[in-house]
Write a protein that binds this ligand. Structure first.
Ligand code: B12
Length: 213
């Protein structure tokens, strides 16, 4: 079995071929998908974020790391999904209007799919009306909003307000997350909960579904 730490290293180096290969062989040799996400992939992106903040790496390196993360997720996602039971609920997820960050959102999506949820991913820069349209089309009962910029956090509020004015708010539970978001902010804007990371997201969403039955 390859050393799982090589996955973290490959993401840090922005080496998508190695990231994919290490993930594939580790999984074939019995590595746990959730363990790779929690102990290698999330810490790798945290480190990339830290290096970016102290200007030790720049946008091109960030994008290479994001690509390596996505390459690894291609192998991780089906394994997480294989552990899921019946469709536990229907989730619409997206990064709010004006925001192009999607690495964390993609992790949340992979984790929810792994938990057996049917997830419709609207991508990034999603205007409120797209969320509303998708909730209607998919008959979703949960909505996950991601924001990574302080300047796009208000778009979470706008999205929730649009849910209220369209009469949909009572049909869905709204979970918000992303680095600048806080539990207090979630309460202020009328979300149902704030999730710190992808693992918490799954726990919260499961809790919503259990409390609804
Ligand atoms: C990667 C990155 C980029 C990449 C994004 C690539 C991509 N495909 O996503 C690129 C280079 C495109 C980018 C662009 C920009 N970025 Co940027 N970026 C980052 C960086 C370094 C890492 C973010 C990341 O992926 N982290 C790893 C993932 C795994 O963590 P995460 O996103 O936080 O997600 C986890 C949790 O937050 C949570 N979560 C996330 N979403 C959700 C949703 C729900 C429902 C739940 C429950 C949980 C949850 O779970 C996730 C997994 O555990 C951060 C710095 C940082 N340390 O966060 C800056 C950062 C977010 N960017 C920043 C800025 C300023 C920008 C730009 C404006 C730069 C510019 N001048 O052009 C643009 C904005 C473009 C736009 N309109 O969106 C600032 C934001 C400052 C602020 N407070 O507003 C940061 C903080 C860097 C900094 N310190 O300056 N960026």
């Amino acid at each position: 079995m390859p050393d799982p730490a090589k996955l973290k290293e490959a993401i840090l180096n922005g080496d998508y071929r190695t990231a994919a290969e290490v993930t594939r062989t580790a999984l074939e040799n019995g590595a746990d998908a959730m363990d790779l996400v929690t102990n290698q992939m999330i810490p790798a992106m945290d480190e990339v974020g830290r290096l970016f903040e102290c200007e030790e790496c720049f946008v091109p390196e960030l994008l290479l790391s994001a690509r390596a993360m996505k390459a690894a997720l291609e192998y991780i996602r089906p394994r997480l999904a294989a552990h899921g039971e019946r469709a536990a609920g229907r989730v619409v997820i997206g990064t709010v209007q004006g925001d192009l960050h999607d690495i964390g959102k993609n992790l949340v999506k992979a984790m929810l799919e792994g938990g057996g949820f049917e997830v419709t991913d609207l991508g990034t820069d999603v205007p409120p009306r797209r969320f509303i349209q998708a909730i209607e089309e998919r008959n979703a009962n949960l909505v996950c909003l991601s924001a990574l910029l302080t300047s796009t956090m208000p778009a979470m509020r706008t999205t929730i307000e649009a849910l209220v004015s369209s009469g949909m708010r009572s049909r869905v539970r709204v979970l918000v997350g992303g680095a600048p978001v806080t539990p207090q902010y979630a309460r202020q804007i009328g979300a149902d909960a704030y999730g710190e990371n992808a693992v918490t997201a799954l726990k919260l969403v499961r809790g919503f579904v259990e409390s609804a039955v």
